[in-house]
Design a protein around this ligand. Structure first.
Ligand code: AMP
Ligand code: ZN
Length: 490
């Protein structure tokens, strides 16, 4: 089957997992709705960026880097932007530029590659005007009182993506229907601008585009009239994506816009919907730089990894304990993954997990399996060499250690930036324990090591590390016996 490389994706359009077969395997195209730039991006916004970055990496691996185009737009014209700029007394341009810059910094810290192209809405006004002209000519849109509206009854299968009937939508739209609408479910393509509102000249007067139209015009310009994958958060299915489909299909006379529609589940914070009023609204920037969530500033790779511990279609509960679990894994990986590995080819098991609808929890389970194997290798090599500090990989790294490093590189989790003792350092002031307890635990660990119970030995070592005590095994130069020394971080 041409173009099929083993990747399966769940398609919102058909509600089934399907073999992914691109329209043209030499030009695989993906569009993901990007941020509206008026404020710091929150941790929920980070989810689609990270998820589709993993998919981008996977597509590049399967089809070749030069054969994949990924467009992620910036919405830089929107009423939320106008409002915020007015509140802050700055120009719209200044607000959108600083916010976009901040977004780039944030997602780079989360290990995301830049998309192939990052179109901005304000740079595609002529394309939007052209699309509206076509829609009007074809009888799918009409002008009224300075507005241009899409007439939903003109499209027989409007509602197909979201699986909503027109009647249902009519019932939902009944509150305050604008008088210029022919049908309550008709939606705005263009609206008039007055005063300080940003606006452009058009055949229907001075005005600005609606959000849905922006994505249809930008995806056509950069990816074509039809393309392979369209992604975003689950909240975008209706009305945003439904309306994108309506605009693009009716303008181009095609029976699809994108062939695979993918939606990530929502992110909650400690079991609650994130909102400013609940005081649990967390920005990526705050997570990275301040101690507002769990008393730590979290490294980008910990945030990325924690996000991928949950399958993208599941809701995710963003908790401090999830981030702590992620840091613990990363600390182990840093100890046991070969730091000199430069290859980022995934192992077959790891690749298979990702090819199963981006099953990152299964991929992470594979990393943990490799970690256990790399540990075993390290222990046996350390034993053979009877080296003090048996955890240092100062021997030719064996295969599990290399595989672990390769898979982590593929996933975009940057260990070189990871400070192994990061959590421990941050925790030290909070969780100090007294010397006699350390000694008791250190002895128990040595005993476990003698019994070759590596799991228990590692568990104790981690427990102590979590309490700020870093163990080091030293061989007595005279007797050859191992004993444990420790350093209590202060
Ligand atoms: P927005 O700037 O609100 O249009 O959102 C940008 C992207 O973030 C969209 O793909 C949204 O679906 C996604 N998004 C927003 N909030 C959340 C959330 N709490 N959980 C997951 N994704 C979200
Ligand atoms: Zn969009």
């Amino acid at each position: 089957m041409s173009g099929f490389k083993g990747l399966q994706l769940y398609n919102t359009l058909t509600k089934t997992k399907e073999d992914f077969i691109p329209e043209d395997e030499t030009n695989v195209r993906m569009y993901v709705c990007g941020p509206t730039v008026y404020d710091f991006a929150h941790i929920g916004n980070a989810r689609p960026v990270i998820v589709f970055d993993v998919l981008f990496r996977l597509l590049r691996h399967l089809y070749g880097e030069e054969h994949v185009a990924y467009a992620r737009n910036i919405t830089d014209v929107d009423d939320k932007i106008n409002k915020r700029a007015a509140e802050e007394g700055i120009s719209i341009r200044e607000l959108t530029e600083t916010t976009a810059r901040q977004f780039h910094e944030d997602v780079a810290a989360l290990g995301c590659l830049e998309p192939t192209v990052e179109p901005r809405a304000t740079e595609h006004i002529p394309e939007m005007i052209a699309m509206m002209k076509v829609l009007i000519e074809k009888g799918h849109a009409y002008a009224a009182e300075g507005h241009v509206l899409f007439h939903t009854p003109s499209m027989p299968d409007y509602g197909k993506l979201a699986r909503r009937s027109l009647d249902e939508m009519k019932a939902g739209a009944r509150v305050e229907v604008a008088p210029y609408k022919k049908d309550p479910t008709d939606f705005v393509l263009w609206k008039p601008s007055t005063g300080d509102e940003p606006g452009w000249e058009s055949p229907w007067g001075h005005g600005r585009p609606g959000w849905h139209l922006e994505c249809s015009a930008m995806s056509e310009k950069h990816l074509g009239k039809t393309f392979d994958i369209h992604g975003g958060g689950i909240d975008l299915v209706f009305p945003h994506h439904e309306n994108e489909v309506a605009q693009s299909r009716c303008a181009h006379g095609t029976d699809v816009m994108a062939r695979y529609w993918m939606h990530n589940g929502f992110l909650m914070v400690e079991g609650e919907k994130m909102s400013k009023s609940l005081g649990n609204f967390i920005t990526i920037h705050d997570l990275l730089t301040t101690e507002t969530f769990g008393d730590y500033a979290w490294p980008g790779q910990v945030i990325r990894y924690a996000m991928l511990m949950t399958h993208y279609r599941q809701p995710i509960d963003w908790t401090v304990s999830k981030l702590e679990e992620a840091s613990t894994d990363l600390n182990h990986f840093k100890t046991f993954a070969d730091p000199d590995e430069e290859d980022d080819t995934p192992t077959p098991e790891f690749l298979a997990a990702l090819c199963g609808d981006l099953n990152t929890p299964a991929a992470i389970a594979e990393l943990r399996t490799l970690l256990a194997a790399a540990r075993g290798e390290a222990h046996s090599v350390a034993e053979k060499a009877a080296r003090p500090g048996g955890y240092t990989l100062d021997f030719d790294a064996p295969s599990a250690s290399k595989s672990l490093a390769r898979n982590l590189r593929f996933l975009g989790v940057k260990l070189e930036k990871h400070d192994v003792n990061w959590v421990q350092k941050q925790a030290r002031a909070r969780r100090q324990i007294d010397e006699s307890s350390i000694k008791r635990l250190a002895d128990a660990r040595l005993e476990a090591r003698k019994q070759k119970n590596w799991a228990e030995a590692d568990r104790i070592r981690d427990e102590l590390a979590g309490k700020g005590s870093l163990l080091k095994d030293v061989k007595d130069p005279e007797t050859g016996e191992l004993r444990t020394e420790w350093e209590v971080a202060r």
